[in-house]
Design a protein. Sequence first.
Length: 175
Amino acid sequence: MKMTIEDIIAREEIRACIARVARGEDRRDALMIESSFCANARLDFGVFAGAFADYLSWVIPGSQAISNTQHQLGQSHIELCGDTALVETQVTSYHRIDYGAGEEHDVVIGGRYLDRLTLREGSWRIASRTMLYDWHQDWGKSVDWSQGLLGMQFSAPHFSGRAKGDWSMDFFNAD
């Protein structure tokens, strides 16, 4: 299959759209997520199914019990058909979950996003997303990051990542 320059550009724009959602979820940034979805998008995560507006209310501000998240995206299989794209993207997501009484666990989920994207007004956006789950692992009690890493203290508090108030937000908003 020979790709045109337009196909290559479309594929990169689609990957950027999917990456914006992951970063938006990890930083709980509604504007970043909104820039990646059609307003009338439908989503189904198995534990949540519904309209985009309801999803956004569910994912932002996110559960207070989840202080850290990280979505790592793998390869995307992209099938272009005019102004529509069908995309399967591998995803591994990490979540630090507070089960109460100071018991935080590191939980990792592996799966795939099945996205239908449409090209609207020159921008690729997700029209529907279904999450398929391939595996799940509870890694057990979380490490206390306030003590640093490998027995060495952090030189500043911003080295420990978190969903809200993460230093990367300042990094990208610096002049």
